[in-house]
Design a protein around this ligand. Structure first.
Ligand code: SF4
Length: 236
């Protein structure tokens, strides 16, 4: 089995999103994605992938030396890479809690994960009229790949904990989320999270409707703490 991964960055910071917000974590960003979200906040791991090949041994050693108890395997789409399996297993053997951040379009048998952080992509992610995709090739590909309910259900069932993070831009995104959730099983209402689109701290008035939707459904509001603390900066 291939024991290298294309890595765009590794760093130690606090988790900025989801159930473990604020928890010190070692982050490993794997470069390469099967989607092209128009609002992607890590284009260096999707639209313009940058990477250095690193071995599972090197990465696991670095995670241990970080001194944190939590590892976050993110991307890009980390589940596209077979070597994620031995890396995740090494992290587990080292006693680390592992979160995998995925769009939930594919599964990867054998991967070890404590918290599966799934971010299903809504139609607001499709790169329609995006200058980076002048012929619309990625728009078509993205639209055909962005939702895979069977894969999401498998990911939910395969881990002890999960969260479903939806990036929302407008109230009309809600019926789309409801329709996706009808196809999913094995999650609690509070596992569903709404996160405002954008890479700036939103003002209070602009997110009131998101809070109201969360309160009425028992869903969670998902801020981006790292943006509030560090701004839209790599390595945070
Ligand atoms: S799935 Fe994630 S990494 Fe891939 S394009 Fe969308 S936001 Fe970017």
């Amino acid at each position: 089995m291939n024991d290298t991964l294309p890595i765009s960055e590794t760093f130690t910071s606090i988790q900025g999103e989801g159930k473990l917000t604020g928890v010190p974590s070692w982050f490993c960003r794997i470069s390469g994605c099967n989607l092209r979200c128009t609002w992607c906040d890590t284009p260096y791991a999707s639209w313009n992938p940058e990477s250095t090949k690193r071995t599972v041994d090197e990465l696991a050693d670095e995670a241990l030396k970080s001194g944190t108890q939590h590892a976050v395997l993110t991307g890009g789409e980390p589940m596209l890479f077979d070597a994620l399996v031995p890396l995740s297993q090494r992290l587990a053997a080292q006693g680390m809690h592992t979160t995998i951040e995925t769009a939930g379009t594919v599964t990867l048998p054998g991967v070890s994960c404590d918290l599966m952080s799934i971010s299903p992509k809504l139609s607001n992610s499709t790169p329609v009229d995006d200058p980076r995709d002048p012929d619309g090739v990625w728009a078509t590909r993205h639209e055909s790949r962005r939702l895979n309910a069977d894969a999401i259900n498998e990911l939910i069932a395969s881990t002890p904990d999960r969260q479903l993070k939806f990036v929302v831009a407008k109230p009309t995104d809600l019926p789309e989320i409801e329709s996706i959730l009808k196809k999913l099983t094995g999650f609690a209402p509070a596992d569903v999270m709404l996160m405002p689109e954008g890479v700036a701290v939103p003002d209070r008035d602009s997110i009131r409707w998101i809070l109201d939707e969360c309160l009425s459904r028992g869903w969670s509001y998902c801020p981006r703490l790292h943006i509030a603390l560090f701004g839209d900066t790599r390595g945070t």
